[in-house]
Design a protein around this ligand. Structure first.
Ligand SMILES: Nc1nc2c(ncn2[C@@H]2O[C@H](COP(=O)(O)OP(=O)(O)OP(=O)(O)O)[C@@H](O)[C@H]2O)c(=O)[nH]1
Ligand SMILES: [Mg+2]
Length: 438
């Protein structure tokens, strides 16, 4: 289970609880601890933050605008952001950038990503192959420079310091010059010496330490070592896409006092994101753009009065059609419902292609008004065939709609058993919107 999934499940405890009391908060906290620890966040840190969440959730009174439930979510959200640090603004402008990091952390790959990032901001970029130890390092960087179409300097033979000096001259016309350096399996005297010399000659404005999320909380130790010896202006955490230890890597870097500037989320040159803890946590919690999402959800529910059908549990083909249309409009409604604890949403209910919707609509139109309001009648195969002919679709497609309908009916009954999930949904739609905007 990834960190995001773990956190979402923990939050679902609160959003799905009938009563937000001490017991519910304690369960939420336990789930959070599990999620954070399995993401390799330092155990002490985990206990500190979850203790604070528990204390605040139990003792603090929610502000007038927020319900107890929303208040707890907001506390969790805020504490997670604090754990990961503030946003780091990348410097955009003429500059020299030096890459630091151990073997295989992703330095060379990240150079191509940074080159692209700066190019997008209208800056020209040149890169220098300063790793003279690894045999194929030169070719790797040269090839990447061709892919992202940036300047390149490198040669076989010579020391890193010589190459850095020559590269600065050869690439002087570029706004941004990025220097690749050799990695080591661990931080040692030799590496420190080489990097210090390069630092003195190249005089970088930005020293980016590249760490892999795989190392989890060891990332903080690396940040500390490199920072003490060479100075680090920002940390880039790579492989956030494939590692389950991203939480440990990010939180430990923040704790070391260094700042996470970017995260790498894939092997391709565009898989780089500026790190913004607020956005990152919003994504982890499962609502990348909660405010906008809820606004949309609200509009859609108002228009279609989805909630009435949901709450009464009475579903017929008229309300079913209205619902499907509303859901289509909302799109990522699934994530909101999941956040509220509705995990087993039938896929059929969630998103339909435009084409499918048109067919379903035609099918419903071909039903008689009686059939629409007494949905059980549509289980009859003869009727299904007749409706299919009328709608110009295959009988299987009518059967599919009938199946979807029945699944939705079941889900709605389950929701009722869940003490009016839709009521909460509406309430959240009404005032959760302000949560992220503060
Ligand atoms: N999935 C994923 N893979 C990455 C990411 N960043 C780098 N990699 C992969 O990690 C491996 C090592 O990357 P390099 O850029 O060669 O690492 P390095 O730090 O230059 O390594 P050395 O030069 O040996 O010190 C490559 O296979 C990259 O494709 C990332 O964000 N996500
Ligand atoms: Mg390399």
């Amino acid at each position: 289970m990834g960190l995001g999934e773990g956190i979402r499940k923990a939050l679902a405890r609160i959003t799905g609880a009938t009563l937000v009391d001490e017991v519910a908060v304690k369960e939420l906290v336990k789930d959070l601890q599990r999620a954070l620890i399995s993401s390799d966040v330092n155990v002490k840190l985990v206990f500190d933050i979850t203790k604070r969440i528990e204390e605040r959730a139990i003792s603090e009174k929610p502000p007038a605008m927020l319900s107890q439930r929303e208040h707890v979510i907001q506390i969790v959200y805020g504490e997670l952001v604090k754990m990961l640090g503030e946003k780091h603004e990348a410097r955009v402008g003429k500059q020299k950038v030096m890459m630091l990091g151990l073997f295989g952390s992703g330095k060379t790959t990240t150079i191509s990503k940074l080159a692209k990032f700066f190019q997008k901001h209208g800056l020209s970029v040149g890169v220098i192959a300063g790793d003279v130890h690894r045999p194929a390092a030169y070719e790797q960087l040269e090839q990447l420079s061709k892919i992202v179409n940036c300047g390149f300097y490198g040669r076989k033979g010579g020391t890193a310091v010589e190459i850095a000096r020559e590269g600065m001259q050869a690439l002087a016309k570029n706004d941004v010059i990025i220097l690749d350096t050799a990695g080591r399996s661990a931080f040692d005297e030799e590496l420190a010496k080489e990097l210090k010399e390069l630092n003195a000659v190249f005089e970088p404005d930005e020293k980016f330490l590249v760490v892999s999320a795989d190392v989890g909380q060891v990332a903080g130790k690396q940040a500390d070592e490199f920072n003490k010896n060479i100075g680090v202006t920002g940390v880039i955490v790579t492989k956030m896409d494939g590692s389950g230890k991203g939480g440990g890597a990010l939180s430990s870097v923040h704790k070391s006092g260094a700042k996470v500037a970017f995260i790498g989320t894939g092997e391709k040159p565009d898989a780089l994101e500026e790190f913004d803890a607020t956005k990152f946590v919003a994504q982890l919690c499962g609502f990348p753009d909660l405010a906008a999402l809820l606004e949309k959800a609200k509009e859609a529910t108002e228009e279609q009065d989805l909630s009435t059908a949901m709450e009464s549990g009475k579903l017929d083909y008229n309300s079913f059609m209205a619902q499907m249309k509303a859901m289509r409009k909302m799109g990522p409604l699934k994530s909101i419902l999941q956040m509220m604890g509705a995990y087993d949403l039938p896929e059929e209910l969630v998103v339909k292609s435009e084409e499918k919707m048109k067919k379903f609509e035609a099918i419903v139109h071909s039903m008689t008004p009686d059939e629409r309001t007494t949905p059980d009648s549509m289980k009859n195969a003869k009727r299904q065939e007749r409706v299919a002919r009328g709608a110009g679709v295959k009988p299987d497609e009518v059967k599919e709609l009938v199946n979807n309908f029945e699944k939705s009916q079941k889900m709605m009954k389950a929701m009722q058993g869940n003490r009016g999930l839709m009521k909460r949904f509406n309430k959240m739609g009404g005032n959760l919107g302000g949560l992220l905007g503060r």
